[in-house]
Ligand binder design. Structure first.
Ligand code: CTP
Length: 417
């Protein structure tokens, strides 16, 4: 990655001492780092420390450097802004757009991606005011990293601890890279995520353990790369991503209807949702009573449509289909063969093969996948955070779209970005 101009905002929380690690990691990665601490932050870490580590002068005062219009110049020059730690107070100010200090002005004067790492006590994090502010920031496309769950400043522990510096830096650089790429601009991408639920009666359903994390990461990454994204969300256990057209569904049949509609004219459909293969033959209008069975209870299930195969076997000119395969097979070669067979059977262009198990895959933050292409070849292997795996999958998509565009119009020069 070419060197970026990174502004690191540090606000007044005890985790400010850990922000030194964020600055250092960015500097060591070759970036030009400008620290903008709030007055509160300077009570926790000294300016000389920040200047030495960032290798740049540190300004905190709105009324210093007025002649060079510093209150907007720092933000205008930034390629990326990272605020770590972000206190509840700063989050509230950012959500309202307050600019009563240099950091507030810097953020408002910038069009760069903003990544914040909240840090506060659990009660403050859970407070509806903070949660509403976080939702506002998310809806504006701000990337929120953490908070982590763990020991807080006092004897208490819970969610509120600032994420570790390496996690913050990795997320921030991923975000900056995605914004810089913009290689899905003008494309329409449909992503399904989560797991379907098939009702048995008004209070029960048959479901699966998919959290929706990987699908949501793909939607977020595609959005950051400039695509117009429709996310078909089936019972997500994670927050909905910003800037996407989200359509909530619950059952396989609802998902089928939503994705079939959204897929019309789309450039890419990514079927990351875990779709139930069967649903109860009938849904009881009232709660099924314990004594409905004779000591045991037999459920009659009927097959759900295979949605991906339906899309793959219908004409889908110009729409790239990416399926997922969740497999418990432990042998790598056999896992790959299952993926190849599944891709073929479903008529998908690519299949992302993903090993799942009692502890692997579902709610985890990390993933390891292999992407199989039309020839059965492995076109990519990816492992890491679900966001970085999402970007690796989208790299395959982008290069395929470029190849298809070049084949459709050989006279034009197409970048294989
Ligand atoms: N899928 C689908 N409709 C279904 C089942 C699965 O569209 N009724 C999609 C999933 O979204 C995924 C791919 O097909 O992209 C493979 O899903 P998976 O559960 O691995 O495979 P199944 O087809 O259900 O096959 P099996 O459970 O027998 O492995």
């Amino acid at each position: 990655m070419s060197p970026l101009n990174v502004v690191v905002g540090i606000t007044g929380g005890i985790a400010a001492y850990k922000a030194v690690g964020v600055v250092r990691a960015l500097v060591l990665a070759g970036h030009d780092v400008h620290v903008v601490p709030t007055e509160g932050a300077l009570r926790f870490v000294g300016r000389p420390t920040l200047e030495a580590i960032s290798r740049n002068p540190v300004h905190a005062d709105l009324y210093e450097g007025v002649a060079e219009v510093r209150h907007v110049a720092i933000g205008q020059a930034a390629d990326l802004i990272v605020i770590a730690p972000a206190t509840a107070n700063t989050i509230a100010k950012l959500a309202t757009g307050l600019a009563d200090d240099l950091l507030g002005n810097t953020v408002l004067a910038s069009e760069a991606p903003l990544v914040i790492a909240p840090a506060m006590h659990t009660e403050m994090w859970r407070h509806p005011a903070t949660q509403a502010n976080i939702a506002t920031l998310r809806s504006r496309g701000v990337t929120i990293v953490g908070p982590a769950v763990g020991q807080l400043t006092g004897a208490d522990s819970g969610p509120g601890r600032m994420e570790e510096p390496d996690v913050i830096v990795a997320a921030a650089l991923e975000r900056a890279a995605a914004s810089a790429r913009h290689d899905l601009a003008g494309r329409r991408v449909v992503v399904t995520a989560g797991g379907t639920r098939e009702p048995l009666d008004p209070v029960r359903f048959l479901g699966n353990r998919s959290s929706g994390k990987q699908g949501v990461a793909i939607a977020e990454a595609a959005r950051a790369r400039g695509a117009a994204v429709t996310l078909i969300a089936a019972n997500l256990e994670v927050g909905e991503p910003a800037g996407c057209d989200v359509r909530r569904v619950s059952t396989a049949l609802e998902l089928q209807q939503a994705v079939t509609e959204a897929a019309r004219g789309a450039d890419v459909v990514v079927m990351a949702a875990a779709v139930a293969d069967y649903r109860p033959a009938g849904v009881s209008e009232s709660k099924i009573k314990k004594d409905a069975g004779d000591g045991g209870l037999t459920l009659e299930l009927v097959r759900n449509p295979d949605i991906l195969a339906g899309l793959g076997h219908a004409p889908h000119d110009g729409t790239l289909l990416v399926g997922f395969a969740a497999e418990t097979e432990s042998d790598d070669e056999r896992l790959l063969d299952l993926g190849r067979a599944k891709r073929e059977a479903k008529g998908a262009d690519f299949l992302v093969v993903n090993r799942v198990g009692w502890t692997e895959g579902f709610a985890a933050d990390e993933n390891r996948v292999v992407v199989v292409g039309r020839s059965g070849d492995v076109v990519a292997r990816a492992h890491g955070t679900k966001m970085s795996v999402a970007d690796d999958i989208l790299d395959v998509v982008v290069s395929e779209l470029a190849t298809a565009a070049a084949a459709a119009d050989p006279t034009e020069e197409h970048e294989s970005r």
